[in-house]
Design a binder for this molecule. Structure first.
Ligand SMILES: [Zn+2]
Length: 300
C-alpha cells in the first residue's frame, strides 16, 4: 500500500516538472516564431523604404530622408529609430531600422522583449535595358537637362525622321508604340531598324493621346511631374541617324523626356520633349553611359 502511494507521489512530481518544461519550451518557440515574423516584416519595410528613398535621390534629393521615414512609419515602425546614410556621390543610401518585439509567453522565463533590426542598401545606376520604350530615337550626344529636343523631325534626312521600328514595321505598330510603349525589351547593344517616312497622321494622333492622358492635377510640367505620367516617355539613344531609308542602327542608351507636344502635320509634324532626370524599372549597369535615366538596385 505504502509502496504504491510513494510511486504515485513521485510520478506527480515528475509530471509537474515536465509540464513546466513543456510550457517553457512552448513559450520560447511561440515567441521566437513571433520574433522571426516581426524581423521579416521589418526587413520588408526597410527594403521598401530604401527603394523609395533611392528614387528620391533622382527626383528630389532633399526629400530622401522624409520619404524613407514616411515609408517606415506606414509600416508600423517608429521613424525616429531609423538611420539613413546617403553616400557622398548621392547615388546610393543605406537604411537601418530597429524595432522592439514584446514577448507574450516568455516573460514567465524572465524574457520580456527583444530588439530586431534590419539594414538595406540601394544604388541608382543608368539603365541598360528597358521595356515600354517609345518609337523615337535621337543620336548619341551630350544632353542638357531642361532643354527641348526634337524627337521626331518634320523634314527627314534620307527618309528618316527619328522614328524607329520596334516589334514590326508600319504606321499602325508605330502608333501603338507611341501610345502604349513597346512591349518588348530593348538592351544597349541591340541592333534595331529605323522606321522611315513622316507618318504625320499617326504621330499627331499618338502624341495628342498621350498629352490628354495626363489626368494629374495640377497638370504635369517638365519641372513638376508624376513619375508615372503618360507624358514622361523613354526614348532610345542610337549611334547615328545618318542612315538611308530603313537601316540598322545600334542602341547605346535610354533617356527620359517630358513630352511637350507635336507642332502640326506635314512639315510641321515635329515632336519635341524636354530632357529630364527620371527613374524606371529596368536592367541597370555600372558601366552604362549616363543619359539621366536610372534604375534602382537593391544591394545585399
Ligand atoms: Zn501627368
Amino acid at each position: 500500500m505504502l509502496k504504491f502511494r510513494s510511486r504515485r507521489g513521485s510520478s506527480i512530481v515528475v509530471y509537474c516538472i515536465s509540464l513546466t518544461v513543456l510550457l517553457a519550451v512552448t513559450s520560447l518557440v511561440a515567441d521566437i516564431g513571433m520574433m522571426v515574423v516581426e524581423k521579416n516584416k521589418l526587413a520588408n519595410a526597410v527594403d521598401a523604404s530604401v527603394l523609395a528613398g533611392a528614387q528620391e535621390l533622382i527626383y528630389n534629393p532633399t526629400q530622401v530622408e522624409v520619404r524613407v521615414r514616411d515609408f517606415i512609419a506606414k509600416n508600423g515602425v517608429n521613424p525616429a529609430a531609423v538611420q539613413i546614410v546617403v553616400n557622398d556621390s548621392q547615388t546610393g543610401l543605406r537604411v537601418t531600422a530597429e524595432k522592439q518585439v514584446n514577448f507574450f509567453l516568455a516573460p514567465i522565463l524572465g524574457f520580456h522583449s527583444a530588439d530586431v533590426s534590419s539594414t538595406a542598401s540601394a544604388v541608382v545606376l543608368p539603365v541598360s535595358g528597358v521595356s515600354g520604350a517609345r518609337p523615337f530615337a535621337i543620336e548619341d550626344q551630350a544632353l542638357v537637362f531642361g532643354e527641348n529636343y526634337v524627337l521626331k523631325a518634320g523634314s527627314g534626312v534620307n527618309g528618316n525622321f527619328g522614328p524607329i521600328e520596334l516589334g514590326g514595321a508600319g504606321a499602325h505598330v508605330y502608333y501603338n508604340n507611341i501610345v502604349n510603349g513597346y512591349s518588348g525589351r530593348l538592351f544597349v547593344g541591340d541592333i534595331i531598324q529605323t522606321e522611315p517616312g513622316n507618318m504625320s497622321g499617326p504621330t499627331e494622333q499618338g502624341i495628342d493621346t498621350l498629352l490628354l492622358d495626363c489626368d494629374h492635377y495640377p497638370a504635369c510640367t517638365a519641372d513638376h511631374f508624376e513619375p508615372n505620367c503618360p507624358r514622361v516617355i523613354t526614348v532610345v539613344i542610337i549611334d547615328s541617324l545618318d542612315v538611308s531609308g530603313r537601316a540598322d542602327v545600334t542602341v547605346v542608351g535610354f533617356a527620359s523626356f517630358f513630352l511637350e507636344g507635336v507642332a502640326g502635320s506635314g512639315n510641321e509634324s515635329i515632336v519635341t520633349g524636354k530632357f529630364i532626370r527620371s527613374v524606371t524599372s529596368g536592367e541597370v549597369s555600372e558601366i552604362q553611359s549616363d543619359y539621366g535615366l536610372y534604375g534602382v538596385k537593391l544591394m545585399e
